[in-house]
Design a protein around this ligand. Structure first.
Ligand code: SF4
Ligand SMILES: [Zn+2]
Ligand SMILES: [Zn+2]
Length: 314
């Protein structure tokens, strides 16, 4: 198959826009879509600190590389990569190594924050104290909170996340399927600033997962291919499969799901939406209830006996 824009061989097909692109035009198209997305999500960035969540996987590696490329050498923009160590042996150490290699190559400051320091426990330790709970439930909540806290400590103006088009389409469908309009309205990218919350943006929102992977490979970016050993239990897997099947049958479905969220979100602010943030009674972090979800899981992890008694048959 030939590239649609020149006579080179195509390296990728894009059924959602009936296109085939060679390596060079594919690279240009990823950069251009990301550039447009950054311009749309952050139309008037006057300078400041931008934190980038860097897991060491392909998505955040590409997000960091292209964010740095977009802001170029602007002296008034300071980039800091943030990695979270959840304490998952056999997985996280290798990804942190890749994250370190990439930041050294790009010359970007790199900070690592750890569950063990922030919460006094790790995902692995909590497997024992929270048996029967899917690890991603608490691990994801703690990671989001810790990233926000670390970005806030840096006085960051933005927090860049590596979510690709597939991730976001899955999240839209997941929130719709659960009837969770609150979370649907709070999805990144954020246009406004909520007290205590660093606005999150997603520069790769228009790039499908397999294109992110291909771009990272073609650019020779260091990233880790490993998968978390607990990922298979995640509820997201069902939605990944469904979105994939929908996209196969009806190319463009992922883009349509994103447009749906973007059109709905402004209608959902108010009683169920982004305007409801309070402070957690225990940790003071932004919360939609008296206790934030991170503290709910933490207190359960610290009181396994209470949990066991509560779940024991009468
Ligand atoms: S897959 Fe789940 S348990 Fe593993 S790092 Fe991600 S959220 Fe944590
Ligand atoms: Zn070409
Ligand atoms: Zn809390």
């Amino acid at each position: 198959m030939r590239c649609d824009r020149c006579d080179q061989d195509a390296v990728i097909d894009q059924p959602y826009q009936h296109a085939h692109l060679c390596e060079s035009h594919f690279g240009d198209s990823v950069v251009e879509r990301t550039r447009r997305e950054l311009h749309r999500q952050v139309p008037r960035f006057r300078g400041g600190t931008i934190a980038i969540a860097l897991s060491g996987g392909k998505d955040s590696a590409v997000a960091l590389t292209l964010t740095q490329q977009y802001f170029g050498a602007r002296p008034n923009v300071h980039l800091v990569a943030l990695s979270v160590d959840e304490g998952i042996s056999g997985y996280r150490p290798a990804t942190l190594e890749s994250a370190g290699e990439l930041t050294r190559r790009l010359g970007v400051e790199h900070r690592i924050v750890r569950f063990s320091d922030a919460y006094g426990t790790t995902t692995e330790q909590s497997l024992r104290t929270l048996p029967g709970t899917i690890p991603c439930a608490y691990c994801g909540v703690w990671r989001r909170q810790l990233l926000n806290r670390a970005a806030r400590d840096l006085s960051a103006d933005l927090l860049v996340l590596g979510f690709n088009l597939d991730d976001l389409a899955q999240t839209v469908l997941m929130n719709l399927a659960r009837g969770d309009l609150d979370r649907l309205s709070r999805m990144a990218p954020h246009r406004s600033r909520q007290p205590g919350l660093i606005p999150r943006i997603a520069p790769l929102a228009q790039i499908p997962e397999r294109e992110v992977f291909l771009y990272a490979r073609l650019r020779g970016l260091p990233f880790d291919h490993g998968e978390c050993p607990h990922a298979r239990a995640a509820a997201r897997n069902v939605f990944r499969e469904v979105v994939w099947q929908l996209e196969e049958a009806m190319p463009g479905t992922r883009h349509a799901l994103l447009r749906t969220q973007e059109r709905l979100a402004p209608l959902l602010t108010g009683p169920v939406g982004v305007g409801t943030a309070e402070r957690c009674r225990d940790c003071g972090e932004p919360s939609t209830g008296t206790l934030c979800r991170a503290c709910v899981f933490l207190s359960a992890a610290r009181n396994p006996i209470v949990m066991a008694a509560a779940s024991a048959p009468p």
